[in-house]
Design a protein around this ligand. Structure first.
Ligand code: ADP
Length: 392
């Protein structure tokens, strides 16, 4: 520790202070001077002092009174005091001094070397104590920090485990619910089909209308359950990444969508697409959902034109599916990636509202990002980016 320590020299006489100053001058010490007991107390309150050299004979408050006051103060009472007296070895004075807490005595005229060594021993002790106290505080602080860190790590682990368990339970619940609900729905669907086959046109027009509603409801419920099942299925599925030729994925997706493309007189084109590292089935699902939407959400005045492109940005491929459809208002561009979020009635555009949620789930699981740029009435471009890709 290279900090200077403070010594407080107290004497009412200039020559007394000077004598102490000359003997104790050292780069280790910072010498504070006080010319009375009151002045000494003030200096002690303002500074951290290692040793006090206190003259006994002072007018007003003498050295003993000053020492008694110092000893009543909680922070100051441990500071060692060396009394400086002119009266050689008077046992009464010596005793009085020890009673009020003196550590030592020197008599004037003092031997410089003796005073220096007495002060030096006390200063060493002070420095050691201060270091010890600091170490203790630091150790206590570090221990408390460690404890707090351990506690918060444990809390974080517990919460993550709880969250993972709750998530798994919820996924399991959604899967079981949608799976099990399909069975009674199948029964309803079969009997409605039977009913309409046997009785359609034979009952009243209202009965036919009601049967129609039941059939629609069954179809809708079925499509919702299918959507939920594929979403929970995707959530549970592992990502098995390998190099995938996106050109080939595009061909197989457009083949699967052949009927939709033909019925809508859609034109679906592509750039030269890259080779990427991904789960082929899952990435095919993303492309299929995006292309199907691009065709489905077409404008009335124009047949759908869909283009799949690829741009290399910061060493990564960003794929995009652009259409000339109805577009999406800016306030909905985040919401549409949520489950069952749809912006239109079923009469206008059919669908379960899980297609984009599935795309997002897949892209998230690949560690990528999906987003949309759109202008209502002019079309939309859906982008998705996949990390760690290999160029074609
Ligand atoms: P679904 O197509 O079954 O409704 P999605 O999750 O695929 O469900 O899409 C959610 C909603 O986002 C759609 O209902 C539609 O409002 C909007 N949307 C998706 N793709 C497009 C698109 N290409 N153009 C305009 N709107 C779209």
């Amino acid at each position: 520790m290279n900090e200077r320590v403070n010594l407080l020299l107290v004497d009412d006489r200039e020559d007394g202070l000077l004598a102490l100053e000359v003997v104790l001058r050292s780069p280790r010490y910072n010498l504070l001077k006080a010319s009375s007991g009151a002045d000494a107390l003030r200096k002690l309150l303002d500074h951290d002092v290692a040793v006090i050299l206190l003259d006994v004979q002072m007018p007003g408050m003498d050295g003993f009174e000053t020492a008694s006051l110092i000893k009543t103060h909680e922070r100051l009472k441990g500071v060692p005091i060396i009394f400086v007296t002119g009266i050689h070895g008077d046992p009464r004075l010596v005793n009085q001094g020890y009673e009020v807490g003196a550590i030592d005595y020197v008599c004037k005229p003092f031997e410089p070397y003796i005073l220096q060594s007495k002060v030096s021993v006390l200063v060493d002790l002070h420095v050691k104590n201060a270091q010890e106290a600091r170490r203790k505080v630091e150790a206590e602080y570090a221990a408390r920090e460690q404890e707090a860190l351990r506690a918060s790590e444990k809390r974080f682990r517990d919460l993550s485990e709880e969250l993972a368990a709750a998530n798994a339970e919820l996924r399991q619940f959604a899967w079981v619910a949608s799976h099990d609900l399909k069975e009674p729905l199948r029964v309803v669907a079969s009997y409605v089909t039977l009913l309409s086959r046997c009785y359609e046109g034979k009952l009243s027009p209202e009965a036919d209308e009601y049967l129609g509603y039941v059939k629609e409801g069954v179809l809708r419920m079925n499509s919702l359950l299918e959507g939920l099942l594929s979403l929970t299925g995707i959530s549970q599925e592992e990502v098995r990444s390998r190099p995938v030729e996106l050109n080939r994925v595009f061909e197989s997706v457009t083949q699967s969508l052949e009927v939709l493309i033909r019925e809508n007189q859609a034109e679906v084109t592509r750039d030269e697409l890259p080779l990427v590292k991904a789960d082929p089935a899952q990435i095919g699902q993303v492309l299929q959902n995006l292309i199907a939407n691009a065709i489905k959400f077409k404008r009335r005045d124009e047949p759908p034109r869909v283009h799949v492109g690829a741009i290399r940005r910061d060493g990564e491929w960003v794929l995009n599916v652009r259409d000339n459809g109805i577009g999406i208002k800016p306030q909905y561009t985040d919401r549409i990636f949520g489950v069952f979020q749809r912006l239109h009635s079923l009469d206008e555009y059919p669908g379960a509202g899980v297609g984009l949620a599935i795309c997002k789930k897949i892209v998230d699981k690949h560690g990528g990002r999906i987003w949309v740029d759109s202008e209502p009435g002019a079309g939309s471009t859906f982008f998705f980016q996949l990390p760690h890709q290999e160029s074609a």
